[in-house]
Ligand binder design. Sequence first.
Ligand SMILES: [Zn+2]
Length: 662
Amino acid sequence: MPAKVELNQATVPLTWQHKRELDRKEKHHVVVVYESLEPHLRLSWEWEARADFGPVEHRITVENLSGQEIWLPMIDSLRLDLETPEKTELGNFYVEKGAGTPSSQGTHLDSVVQGYHWTGTSSTYAHPADKEAREIIPAEFVFTATPSQQGWYAGIEFSGRTRIMLERSGDAVKTVLGLNPEPGPFRTRLEPGGSFQTPTVFLGALNGGPDGAGNQLRPWVRAVLGNPLTWKDEHYPLTVNNSWGSGMQVDEPLALRMIAESKDLGLEMFHIDAGWFRGVGDWYPNPKKFPHGLAPIADEAHKQGLRFGIWVDWTQAALDTEPGALNVRDPKVRDWMVTDLSPDWKPEAFKGQTVDLGVPAARGYLGKEVKRIVEDYHLDMLEHDGYLVAQGCMREDHPHAPPNRSTTKVSHDWGSQFVLSSNSTDVSYHAVRAYYDIYAQTRQEHPGLLFEICNDGGRMVDFGSAAHGDYFSITDTYDPLSNRRAFFDTSYVLPAAMLESYVEKWPTPQPENFLYMLRSGMMGWVTIMLDTTAWSEEQHEAARQAIALYKEKLRPLIRDAQLYHVSERPDGVSWDGIEYWDPARGQGVVFAFRGTVRDQAEHRFVLAGLDAAKRYHLHFQDGSAPDRFTTGGEMMGAGLTVRLLNPLSSEVIFLSDPATPQ
Ligand SMILES: [Zn+2]
């Protein structure tokens, strides 16, 4: 609990008293209430278990009942001290965001030795202090270095600037989760009658190491944070055709051609990427490219049985002056920007200036703009992109804390419109809340609408976004290796169905290279992002079959099955693979990828999650080996041997338990 607040520019110490009569204690939900009398504040300390499995959630809310403006210091979401014998060997497992390009490491397992001190940060930007240091998907798995790998996991359900700290000293292991207090000092305004809520965190117990934690956390994210309507849709995750294979060139003839191609290939959604609009912040169809607008394109997609979605960078403003455009020079709009722009400022082709969404007028305007875009263009899916959350803000009259002018330098490079300031975390706190409100409202008005979360690639991959969107662009680099790396990392903590891989043009001289390219993006949500009209008839047929197989046999497993990482992280050189196993269906699949090395024609994948005593049927989809029966003991001991003749090829091996009724 905070020990003091600021009131009329003076520091006031607080005395908190437990208000037992205000506590709420239900079976799965506990709220303990404290009050301070001078000034009058109410603090609610809340724990909730929203599913009968997986983690519990925690948050702290402070309400201002005083009638005066008050400034709160940092309140962490959770501080946990765990007594741990000094000799217990512990590991700390965490994964990076795929961001622009997955790094060469991506998944980390640190040994939590005496003196260990680790801080992992998450925001919607690259790591501020060191561009080489990577941001994490805000979660930690901490477990013993024993065969049972037991421990706990925790994470943060928020997209603003957050951090997780873990340290060990003597018999104490301490962790702190919450908003990032750096660069400090953090403070946030509490209007009279207003409230502050820490980002919600979750905390659970695990065994079986990272995959054991993931096999609890993924279904929990689906059940508790996920959109029930989305998961009810048996076509989710959808198969998609995206126009970025032709870059900004998209127009009506290309769109109509792509709709026909999508139908022919068996894809289920047509997705127009950047390039359709008049200009940045001017989200109306370019009349030269779309003389009849976007609605007829949507209607044609619908007529062909496809869904329709578009890319919009809806928090960006620029210089267009047509009615409806968000213009940075407009006196009404100018103050929504994080700072005054220089007279020679110009936007890029699809990147402008981020509006501070935390400003009520901006939020009101942009909420209406999102509604208009969804309704006027008959959307089934809206992808946002760009830097949605301002990185800092120089304005004194916004709801967030004012900047510390002596330590803030403004820069107008895109992607770092701002050097961090003492108010950066508070700016992100307000902007992210406004973003969540707009999306919650839009979902309510348009049930069944899908939101794709993209923030200059995979920079907004977190549990807050997972609670407000339907799927993630997990990286901004789309070759087979980058797709598999981003999937490998992200699938430890988020449901595979939510993890989108864009499949882009890549050299495929041989048919096996073509399948390798497609399948590298088919372990979660798949979006084809290349000019399919350039494919040969053989490639069309191979793609048709791969997409049909995805919809019929892979998608049910991607939605529901347990997931095991049955290889080292992909390096493109050696072999890598992912196993799905669904005990309820008695079915599973192993995706096997062979890298570039010439003398490794064979690889053994040691599987997990099976019953050692049971018999299983193996089916090699491409016929690289004859079908046969095996045992769980063999698959989890000696392993599943896969042989592939050529480098840069793949196989899909289905497992089934003949004893499970289908
Ligand atoms: Zn601001």
